[in-house]
Design a protein. Structure first.
Length: 157
């Protein structure tokens, strides 16, 4: 049995209700989407339970929400990296592990520490888009306090 057609007025009302529901959802959940609070910044790795490959990331979103977003993106294959990760294992096989809390003043500092961790994990890391030469990595590492560096990084100031 076909669905009854909505009049233009009914369609408009339904669209407005859906728009308000989306707005209300965002207002209710905006804390988990906030990216401006760098005092809550951290570096994490996604580890595949089946292959032990890792993906390194940096975020200010609560870890449980960040993990859920990654799993959804892997299952939906939203990027080239997610396609690779989905070919290795489904989203549920990836777990998020916080490597270090890193309260910082700007996003550049957070990105630089992420780069150091990516270089530390080397070939077992799926982050292909952030490759730097070793000299650049050590230059970046020189600006980061030792407390936040990966264990066994091999750099002393």
């Amino acid at each position: 049995m076909p669905r009854p057609r909505l009049t233009p007025e009914q369609r408009y009302i339904a669209e407005q209700k859906a728009k308000e529901a989306r707005r209300q959802y965002y207002v209710t959940h905006r804390d988990q989407y906030a990216v401006s609070d760098l005092s809550k910044a951290y570096i994490y790795k996604l580890v595949c339970d089946e292959s032990e490959l890792v993906y390194i990331g940096a975020s200010t979103i609560q870890p449980k929400f960040r993990e859920a977003v990654h799993r959804r993106d892997i299952d939906r294959r939203t990027s080239k990296t997610c396609n690779i990760m989905a070919d290795i294992a489904p989203g549920a096989a990836w777990r998020l592990v916080v490597l270090t809390q890193y309260p910082c003043d700007n996003k550049t500092a957070l990105d630089e520490l992420e780069t150091v961790y990516i270089s530390h994990f080397g070939s077992g890391c799926l982050n292909k888009n952030k490759k730097y030469d070793i000299e650049a990595i050590y230059h970046i590492a020189a600006t980061i306090p030792n407390d936040y560096m990966p264990d066994g990084f091999g750099f002393t100031k």
